[in-house]
Design a protein around this ligand. Structure first.
Ligand code: CTP
Length: 435
């Protein structure tokens, strides 16, 4: 690590003991560590242990006159090359997201002008709580690198994501964040809360290629009411769209996930807006603009009816439904003055998949279409085989888990928004043709 200086904030959780091993690994790799211990952290490890391992003074209080005279807290936060929060508790991340500075750790996190990396560790329910999901999304969009926790049995006896990643994985992430090593980070899990991790890794690593970018994703079906108890629906499970939202967030994007009615937990680090109807989805997408990219995966109902305010009764005979066209969200976005620079549609087809999708790309005015054949059990299933249709032509991807398809697509989006993809929006002829 070539003498890089790490300011390590040790939060208050049982995983605090692993920060001791992290100090050892950082120093072995050639870096130096100065520790800040929160009041909670000091319930699990002592300042003496951290001082002995780091061979540097340990800072615990904002109000320590001696410390403040020797090195003020502002300076402490700025003389490091990277600030690492490990373990990052739910409470610490909530304060970071809100900009609260009520102790030494949170004050220097607010005062720092250096990159920040956080390794969360907490109970699975705390990790999945909407408040934590919101805070993680906010911090990622603020540019903080948040590692995904490991999944497994926890100290509290429960099972799921929430365990601190192994110190070796945290060290690799630190090295990547400091860009002192060419290889990307592996071993950072990408799990949808409530679902098993699946699919092989692309090996491409989560290197934060979408930090600072905002991406809107739509997912799931829409429900169009017929009367107070009945709806027009479709078989979309939302799994592919949720996996894409998660993969984009894992690359550092601020993701707004507009979800139709689905039975899926929110992916970590994603801001989710639940809607029922196509018109609600349209309004939520519009409200989420501007965005750098939009990936419209939802199976939006093309038609709605004027719902009956009272339940339709069998005795009244077969109901007459008067159909009205729903807004086409994708086509509307393509025409919008706030059109995201990369617009990706999906086409679920049963016939001549590629040709139909190519035509759809042109009529909808999007840059890319991801086409798939839904004549099998793709809808609701965990696997998918897709074709990516761009201005440059058709790429047929290997069949894979939906999470794997999502990772590939997220990598392509990151490359395109970074201007490194000739098939992306950076190429003026492709975008022009798409519109
Ligand atoms: N889409 C949309 N709004 C709609 C319908 C579709 O945003 N009212 C988006 C979907 O999210 C998807 C793309 O358009 O990204 C293609 O959806 P699809 O249902 O295949 O297109 P349709 O125009 O409805 O064509 P079809 O006649 O095949 O149903």
């Amino acid at each position: 690590m070539n003498g890089k200086r790490i300011l390590l904030v040790v939060g208050g959780g049982i995983a605090a003991y692993k920060s001791c091993e992290l100090i050892r690994l950082i120093r072995k790799a050639g870096g130096s560590v100065r520790c800040v211990l929160t009041a909670g952290g000091s319930q699990f490890v002592t300042p003496m242990t951290l001082a002995a391992l780091s061979e540097q003074p340990v800072h615990t209080s904002l109000w320590d006159l001696k410390d403040e005279v020797e090195m003020g807290h502002i300076q402490l936060s700025r003389e490091a090359d990277l600030v690492v929060v490990c373990p990052a508790t739910a409470d610490l991340m909530a304060k970071m997201a809100a900009g609260i500075a009520d102790d030494l750790a949170t004050t220097l996190l607010l005062a720092t002008d250096k990159p920040v990396l956080a390794a969360p560790a907490m109970n699975v329910r705390m990790w999945r709580h909407d408040a934590t999901v919101r805070n993680v999304a906010r911090l990622r969009s603020d540019g903080v690198t948040i590692l995904d926790p490991d999944e497994g049995e926890m100290a509290c006896g429960e099972f799921g994501p929430g365990r601190l990643p192994e110190p070796e994985a945290i060290l690799r992430a630190i090295e990547t964040r400091l860009s002192v090593r060419a290889e990307p980070v592996e071993a950072l899990s990408l799990s949808v809360p409530g679902e098993e991790k699946s699919g092989p890794s692309t090996g491409s690593g989560r290197t934060g290629g979408l930090i600072g970018k905002h991406v809107i994703v739509t997912a799931g079906p829409t429900h169009e009411p017929i009367d107070p108890v009945r709806v027009i629906a479709n078989r979309s499970s939302g799994k592919q769209g949720f996996a894409i939202a998660e993969a984009l967030a894992a690359l550092g994007a601020r993701v707004t996930l507009v979800a139709g009615p689905v039975a899926l937990a929110s992916p970590a680090g994603v801001e989710r807006i639940d809607v029922e109807t196509a018109r609600e989805m349209d309004a939520a997408v519009e409200a989420a603009l501007p965005a750098d990219a939009a990936v419209l995966v939802a199976a939006v109902a093309d038609w709605r009816v004027i719902p009956s305010p009272a339940k339709l009764k069998k005795a009244e005979g077969a109901p007459r439904l008067d159909w009205l066209a729903n807004p086409d969200i994708l086509a509307g976005l393509a025409r919008s003055p706030l059109r995201p620079s990369l617009l990706v549609g999906f086409a679920a087809e049963t016939g001549d998949v590629v040709n139909v999708a190519q035509a759809k790309r042109a009529t909808k005015g999007c840059d890319w279409i991801v086409a798939n054949d839904v004549s099998g059990d793709v809808m609701g299933g965990d696997r998918n085989r897709v074709h990516l249709i761009t201005a440059a032509g058709v790429e047929s991807w290997e069949e894979g888990e939906k999470s794997e398809v999502a990772r590939q697509l997220a990598d392509r989006i990151a490359a395109a928004l970074g201007g490194r993809d000739a098939n992306g929006p950076a190429a003026p002829d492709s975008a022009g043709e798409a519109r």
